[in-house]
Design a protein around this ligand. Structure first.
Ligand code: EPU
Length: 416
């Protein structure tokens, strides 16, 4: 177990550079399986989920060479199967992309039922519905999901809920299916577009990514290519929130401001000054910040992944605010820990009502999932005295070099 200690109450100032998007990277790495060739992926975040997925590919026969900190050359020529068991993938969600990629290339794959952060029941029925519609047989036995098809045939698939995971998984499986696959009610998140761009760069024919209808015309074969991962909007949003919470002045670089519109709008509504400048933006607090209402939605709405760090900021904003979580039913585990630090929050079902307090005070707290960890980082930065976050390894799943980055902008934070 890793522990992180923060001496709170310091204003964040300076510049922080954002890395590649975790949720894109964890789809792009399995997608290289489809190429059966060498792919070069740049701007990868230095996070544990990338390391674990790379290891799973190596275990299946891939050759992976690290080039510098951010680039991987992934050669999937010699992969013959797509398999991930409990020990390889138990605490990771993105292992489910091995199913779509394995089905696409080998017409079969076997993967442990996906784990990941405990933020709700997280069913995968829409992934299964998509695979079956393409002609695959899906079975779940002894905790392993097996998908297998004689051939995959394109078809129309209407998703009952807007899901990022199922949209990407169906795209992966359909790239080399016979004919055309149409995904209706598809997710529109920026990483859907990033994955579609990568697939097209490998020779696939994917159209409409970023809208709610995606068409995939099956091709015979894909090939290797080079790709650079888009910037991480959630990492960027977290630093924006941290800057605002400490009444700081921070420039966030290497971002796509368009992807951050929901968080920018909400911070402005609170009274935070945000100035965009090309691929960077500056967050400054010049007057007291006020509480607001937030509702998580699919893109381009307010992202569920920023709801938890945002709750920490709302807990010290003047007045009363609410957070309504519409995507995951139990994404409020951070609230108990924030209350331990003096926050005044009441959760009823999917709504948290936050009464802003003057200050938080440092305490021993526990990260229960990745973004709960980010929420506690923000809280620790604001709080008077010392905050010790247990289970800090969760934070490493999504934030590359966060201790170094925070120290560089003035935080007093260390791993203990
Ligand atoms: N859903 C279904 N059936 C399905 C799939 C999803 O009912 O077959 C429901 C889910 O229960 C949820 C909603 O649809 O209520 C959205 O789920 P989605 O599939 O979009 O989420 P996911 O693929 O499980 C990914 C990210 C999450 C992020 C969500 C939403 C990865 C590995 N995970 O999860 O990231 O919160 O999309 O954007 O990409 C995080 O980064 O902290 C994180 C949890």
């Amino acid at each position: 177990m890793k522990k992180v200690q923060i001496e709170g109450g310091r204003r964040l100032e300076g510049k922080v550079e954002i890395g590649g998007f975790k949720n894109s990277a964890v789809a792009l790495i399995p997608a290289t399986i489809l190429a059966g060739d060498k792919c070069l992926i740049d701007n990868l975040p230095d996070i544990s989920d990338v390391d674990k997925l790379s290891q799973i590919l190596i275990n299946n026969g891939a050759r992976i060479k690290r080039i510098g900190l951010k680039k991987l050359e992934i050669d999937t020529t010699d992969i013959e199967k797509c398999y991930a068991d409990y020990d390889m993938a138990k605490d990771m969600r993105a292992s489910y992309y091995l199913l779509g990629a394995g089905l696409g290339r080998f017409k079969k794959a076997k993967v442990i039922f996906p784990g990941g952060c405990h933020i709700g029941t997280r069913p995968i029925d829409q992934h299964i519905k998509g695979f079956e519609a393409l002609g695959a047989k899906v079975s779940i036995e002894h905790g392993i999901i097996s998908v297998e098809a004689e051939k995959l045939v394109g078809t129309d698939i209407y998703l009952d809920v807007v899901t990022v995971g199922a949209t990407i998984n169906i795209m992966l499986a359909a790239t080399m299916a016979e004919g055309t696959t149409t995904i209706e009610n598809a997710a529109k998140e920026p990483h859907i577009v990033d994955v579609a761009n990568f697939l097209n760069c490998m020779g696939a024919d994917v159209k409409g990514a970023g809208t709610d209808t995606i068409k995939i015309n099956g091709v015979d074969k894909l090939r290797g290519c080079e790709h650079s991962v888009i910037p991480d909007q959630i990492e960027a949003g977290t630093y924006m929130i941290a800057a605002a919470a400490t009444k700081g002045a921070v420039t966030i670089t290497n971002i796509i401001p368009k992807h951050l519109e929901a968080i920018t709008a909400k911070l402005k509504e609170m009274g935070v000054k945000i100035t965009e400048n090309g691929d960077s933006l500056r967050v400054e607090v010049k007057k007291p910040i006020k509480n607001i209402n937030i509702k998580t939605l699919v893109y381009p709405g307010f992202p569920t992944d920023l709801q938890q760090p945002m709750t920490s900021l709302l807990s010290i904003a003047a007045g009363t605010g609410t957070v309504t979580e519409t995507i995951f039913e139990s994404r409020f585990k951070h609230v108990g820990e924030l209350k331990r630090m003096g926050a005044s929050i009441k959760v009823e079902g999917r709504i948290a009502v936050i009464q802003g307090v003057e200050k938080l005070s440092g305490s021993k707290v526990e990260a229960t999932d990745l973004r709960a960890g980010a929420a506690l980082l923000v809280a620790g930065l604001i709080a008077e005295g010392t905050t010790e976050i247990e289970n800090a390894e969760y934070i490493e799943r999504g934030y590359s070099c966060y201790i170094e980055k925070l120290i560089k902008i003035g935080a007093k934070i260390t791993e203990v």
